[in-house]
Design a protein around this ligand. Sequence first.
Ligand SMILES: NC(=O)c1ccc[n+]([C@@H]2O[C@H](COP(=O)([O-])OP(=O)(O)OC[C@H]3O[C@@H](n4cnc5c(N)ncnc54)[C@H](O)[C@@H]3O)[C@@H](O)[C@H]2O)c1
Ligand SMILES: O=P(O)(O)OC[C@H]1O[C@H](O[C@H]2[C@H](O)[C@@H](O)[C@@H](O)O[C@@H]2CO)[C@H](O)[C@@H](O)[C@@H]1O
Ligand SMILES: [Mn+2]
Length: 443
Amino acid sequence: MGNKFVIIGAGSTHTPGILAALTAKADEIKMSELCLHDIEYDRVYHMGEFNRIYMSEHRPDIKTSWTTDLKEALTGADYVFIQIRPGRNEQRAVDEHTCYKHGLIGQETCGLGGFAFALRTIPAILEIVKTALEVCPNAWLLNYSNPEAMVSEAVYRTYPQAKMLCICDMPISQQEQVAAYLGYDEKDLTFKYFGLNHFGWYTNIYNKKGEDLLPQLREDVLSGKVTGLSASQDAGKLDDYWFKTFNNVIKGFKAYPDFMPLCYLQYYYFHDEMMEQFDHEFTRADSVLAGREITVYQECKRVIETQSAKDSYLISGVHGNYIVDLASSIINDKRERFIVNVMNNGAIGNFNHDAVVEVPCYVGASGVEPVAVGYIPQFHKSLMEAQKGYEKLAVEACLEGSYDKALQAILLNKTVPSYRKGKEVLDDFLELNKDYWNPKFYK
Ligand SMILES: NC(=O)c1ccc[n+]([C@@H]2O[C@H](COP(=O)([O-])OP(=O)(O)OC[C@H]3O[C@@H](n4cnc5c(N)ncnc54)[C@H](O)[C@@H]3O)[C@@H](O)[C@H]2O)c1
Ligand SMILES: O=P(O)(O)OC[C@H]1O[C@H](O[C@H]2[C@H](O)[C@@H](O)[C@@H](O)O[C@@H]2CO)[C@H](O)[C@@H](O)[C@@H]1O
Ligand SMILES: [Mn+2]
């Protein structure tokens, strides 16, 4: 008997990439069944039928199904991938435009866009984990749903018994860019890293000879020899948003050269410049809605009409491969190294032990074993402490429906300059999220 895999939020436009990775590694992960679930019938119908046709042509031995019934999806599940976006990209666009209206960065997970997003996602994720603990308590839950930093805090404190890993594909994406610049395959390098999700730094980059390549990269940055990461890649593969974002890594590394920053730190290091660099009228969510949201479902409809996926493009890419490789490391007890959001418990010696941090971990059948990072410098520790205070208070505000805690959280976010600005955005968000936020906010 093989493994039943389930994708919750399967209407995700990233699902085709995950299907490609699951299919490519079906034997390695012993996949015998794949069920797609989403709360929106139209989305799970199109993605579910796409998957049925695709699998019938590539792996007819694998049983496929799709449903809007969560308990039905989770019955007998062994591995559950979760990638939900309550309110979809339409509500993400509302988050971004609202922040820009008040002169603050509008971004999916960073700044106050992430705050609104977290307060929509956390209640939904907790419901899914609660149901999974009832229906398939021994299943591994691998979560991509954002904002990971706050989703993981909420889940790990509410359901510490859940076999759940909260992961992000940004570190591996940036590592692939850096490896290409250095002339290596990413798998041949060991990246030393610490931080919070979308708020971390690389301290060393070792090759197989044990040589640390970060100092040379730092020299290239400080000398002006390298001005952008994406230059090392076929820029055509990256859209303008990612092209700019990966190039800003070099800008951040130059500004604070002790460690290489994860690209998302651009929103905190250079908030004012990000306001100039990114379009306020046509935001990232607008771009996704006009792009990926349309092309992915057009392809699903085409395959359903022709009843064949033989000539369908399917790009597994880093997003699809990362979560399937992680599942394989558990299934086959490979104990490979992944960057995961885990309870600190001393991995970062001088940071709150009762806080979720994002660190390298070895992942096997027994779960995750974080690397001992040791003590981190005052600069990074202080930035992380303020951000973690924001994250923890945002989770408490969400779970309690507390306006006061929401106001406290907001002021701790480095993209918010004042109580007045933060309160203006919060009050707009309360009105705009009535269908998603804790009803206690409105009592
Ligand atoms: N961790 C990472 O590095 C990473 C990478 C990519 C995407 N993501 C996250 O994955 C999630 C999905 O992203 P996307 O761009 O694919 O979104 P998407 O809008 O394309 O798809 C999300 C799907 O979730 C469904 N959904 C919403 N609420 C649900 C619920 N309660 N139960 C089941 N399904 C539900 C929606 O109907 C939609 O089909 C987002 O949270 C996004 O931020 C995370
Ligand atoms: O703006 P989106 O919806 O395209 O992406 C938002 C997500 O961006 C990161 O994931 C990227 C990944 O880093 C990139 O290399 C490529 O694989 O696409 C992914 C998804 O677009 C980030 O890690 C996620 O947390 C964001 O949700
Ligand atoms: Mn991420």
